[in-house]
Write a protein that binds this ligand. Structure first.
Ligand code: PNS
Length: 168
């Protein structure tokens, strides 16, 4: 039985992440999503909110586990009983930093392997930052995130006066 962890910020989770989670589950027996809490980073959503949004975005009845962690991703992998860290690649531009991370993680825990999965073509341009920017300016993010995330983003970010905005 092979367990894989999929660590990330997920601030918030979007369709590209969900695509990677689905592919990972096709390959590995057990998949644990790890939502990182980094006290030095400013997130839009708290770690509890981000983890809850991951749960709400997953298909009902799924066996994907969702946890949050702080510290090293390899430490999280070992604690979860995983021998694999999954990371999604959108484009070649992701590769540089991902390659660095994978090699450092291998040095830290040689028995934990990094596996890169490419995201689907329709998600190549997606990033959490871009989605927050679009939402903050009143643009539509429908279909790019789950309905739960769309609602949560609109509540936090959509400008008043837009259809999605609170006081509009
Ligand atoms: O979704 P992100 O922000 O691209 O995910 C980055 C993440 C969480 C995978 C990376 O920052 C990470 O692993 N952080 C945990 C701390 C750590 O292990 N640092 C050393 C990496 S070599």
């Amino acid at each position: 039985m092979t367990t894989a962890v999929y660590p990330g910020s997920f601030d918030p989770i979007h369709s590209g992440h969900l695509d990677v989670i689905g592919r990972a589950r096709e390959i590995f027996d057990r998949v644990v999503v790890g939502v990182l809490e980094n006290e030095h980073k400013d997130y839009l959503f708290s770690v509890e909110e981000r983890a809850e949004l991951v749960r709400q975005s997953l298909a009902q009845g799924t066996d994907i586990e969702v946890r949050h962690f702080s510290g090293l991703a390899v430490g999280f992998a070992v604690a979860a009983g995983a021998s694999v860290i999954v990371r999604g690649l959108r484009a070649v531009s992701d590769l540089d930093s991902e390659f660095q991370m994978a090699l450092m993680n291998r040095r830290l825990e040689p028995q934990v392997h990094t596996v890169f999965l490419t995201t689907g073509f329709s998600n190549v341009y997606l990033s959490s930052s871009l989605l927050k920017d679009v939402c903050a300016h009143g643009g539509s993010i429908e279909g790019l995130v789950s309905p739960a995330v769309e609602r949560a983003l609109q509540l936090k970010l959509a400008p008043a006066g837009t259809v999605a905005g609170r006081a509009g």
